[in-house]
Design a binder for this molecule. Structure first.
Ligand SMILES: Cc1cc2nc3c(=O)[nH]c(=O)nc-3n(C[C@H](O)[C@H](O)[C@H](O)COP(=O)(O)O)c2cc1C
Ligand code: SF4
Length: 498
């Protein structure tokens, strides 16, 4: 029976407490240090014993929503690298990343990285595309991951998915400097952020139907390539997520929640009919808020807006900083009815409110200073996920945004899993800097502090400026990479010593 004593379930919707003075996580050396900081921020987090993580080592049995039993509670979140070939095939950089995913020891690979279902849906000209021609090479990534994983343990309890996407508003399929947005609806604030957005950018209903077919075709290819499941990506402001807030779009894909989720439902139904052996997951931005921009002091502020704001899925239109649970809960109920019980929860968008999506000490080059202690962003997601687990104990739920916890990631993850507040701890940036973290934790070895991701955001700054992504500060391979010099010139925000 999960021990829920230590977890605060009800309040995931606390507003932002504006503060630009926050200590480095690396300076919080003891549980008491961390507790004092949490108290100062008005936050609560459960904490396990750093030396023992039996719940992180516990399997997730088959038949609970996962297509196969999962050997432990670590998941690798999708992490793209902007490093495929021009025609969307893997390069050695992509292969190296997937190999390290396999090396991690995590038993759930949530999608590997975002793979476009067709060329115009690429977020950058170096994103993978799942065409017929590329299918076996993308399948090869899975094989590399499996082979590496087999060096360290069994593969019968390893589940590997592929994340399918269309980047929508954030598409740059041909030139990293040239946006080619395709959108669900005209947005009063975001249109201005993407040059070239006009009425012709809006997907017509017929075009949406064609895109649904592209997703189903891509799912078939993923199945043929051996993946255990596909993730129908609905997060981070990309097209699927944007449909969820298309309240003003006329026709069958906008307006009511039923219409706004029609795109997702049609894809799921199509996959279930045409690729029956393939499991389906959904990565969902559970809540969103207003877009943020840099304020006068450099820290993020919400865009000025008067009146209700209905364009944040999961946000209260009258106070978008608060979570409105009704629509996310309805969608999760429907997903369960449609046969989807594997859910990865994340939040908001890295493009317009990154402090909510991936809390970081240092912003990327196009970002803003954190407007709140990044711990607040971590706890906001943790508590929102706990609320979902409380409401939907039968879904297998993967959480995100733990990397900022740094040395405290494993003891907090252990306590959350023990309390039934989440099923799997998803690792994003951490896996770039320190792929062995899950194996070290599960073997009871001490954390290698010099490899802990300090959330410097270089892995986001790189691709925002046309460079490949990687952990330039901590991974020797990227320290030596030719793009490292260009990256250094772009990182002007002072960073705390680790
Ligand atoms: C370099 C980079 C690439 C990412 N690529 C993807 C992606 O392909 N698909 C996706 O859903 N999220 C992507 N994300 C978001 C992560 O999966 C994750 O949600 C985020 O980094 C927060 O988790 P963390 O705190 O462990 O880093 C990416 C994040 C970064 C920094
Ligand atoms: S560049 Fe490295 S240290 Fe910085 S956020 Fe990315 S993974 Fe973490």
């Amino acid at each position: 029976m999960p021990d829920r004593r230590n977890v605060v379930f009800p309040r995931a919707d606390f507003p932002m407490i504006r503060s630009m003075n926050f200590p480095r996580m690396a300076a919080l050396r003891t549980p008491d240090d961390l507790q004092r900081r949490l108290d100062a921020c008005g936050l609560r987090l459960p904490m396990g014993d750093p030396a023992r993580c039996p719940h992180l080592a516990a399997p997730v049995p088959a038949g609970t929503g996962v297509p196969k039993p999962l050997g432990n509670r670590f998941a690798i979140l999708p992490m793209e690298g902007w490093d495929a070939t021009g025609d969307g095939r893997p390069t050695d950089l992509v292969r190296r990343r997937w190999q390290r995913f396999g090396q991690s020891g995590a038993k759930l690979i949530w999608g590997g990285e975002a793979v476009a279902v067709r060329r115009d849906g690429r977020a950058n000209p170096r994103q993978l595309i799942l065409t017929e021609e590329n299918r076996s090479e993308i399948g090869g990534l899975r094989e590399i991951l499996l082979a590496e994983h087999a060096q360290h343990g069994s593969t019968g309890d390893l589940v590997i998915g592929l994340q399918l996407t269309h980047s929508g508003r954030w598409s740059r399929p041909n030139d990293s400097r040239r946006p080619e947005p395709r959108i669900a609806y005209r947005h009063p604030l975001l249109d201005a952020r993407v040059p070239g957005t006009d009425d012709r950018s809006v997907f017509s209903d017929d075009e949406v139907a064609a895109l649904v077919a592209d997703f189903i075709r891509a799912a078939r290819r993923a199945h043929e390539a051996g993946f255990d499941f596909v993730d129908v990506k609905h997060c981070h402001g990309y097209l699927g997520h944007e449909f969820l807030s298309a309240v003003n779009r006329p026709g069958p894909y906008g307006g009511s929640l039923e219409n706004r989720t029609r795109f997702l439902r049609q894809i799921i139904e199509g996959i279930r009919t045409e690729v029956p052996g393939l499991a389906i997951g959904v990565r969902l931005s559970l809540f969103d808020q207003l877009p943020f921009r840099k304020g006068p002091d450099g820290a993020g502020v919400p865009e000025p807006w008067t009146g209700p704001y209905p364009f944040a899925f999961g946000g209260d239109p009258l106070d978008p900083a608060r979570i409105a649970w009704e629509e996310p809960f309805t969608l999760l109920r429907w997903l369960r009815e449609w046969g989807v019980r594997l859910i990865c929860l994340t939040a908001a968008s890295p493009y317009y409110n990154p402090h909510l999506q991936r809390p970081a000490a240092v912003p990327p080059s196009d970002g803003y200073l954190p407007p709140e202690d990044p711990l607040t962003g971590v706890v906001r997601q943790i508590q929102a996920v706990a609320r979902v687990k409380q409401e939907f104990p039968d879904l297998v739920v993967v959480g995100s945004a733990y990397s900022y916890l740094q040395e405290w990631l494993a003891p907090v993850g252990e306590a959350l899993v023990a309390a039934g507040a989440v099923d799997c701890i998803g690792l994003g940036r951490t896996v770039l800097s320190y792929p062995d973290l899950p194996r070290d934790v599960l073997a009871g070895r001490p954390i290698q502090r010099k490899l802990v991701c300090r959330t410097f955001s270089d892995c986001t700054t790189g691709p925002r400026n046309g460079l490949v992504s990687g952990c330039y500060p901590l991974d020797d391979f990227y320290r030596q990479h030719p793009d490292a010099t260009a990256l250094k010139a772009l990182t002007t925000t002072p960073r705390p010593a680790s």
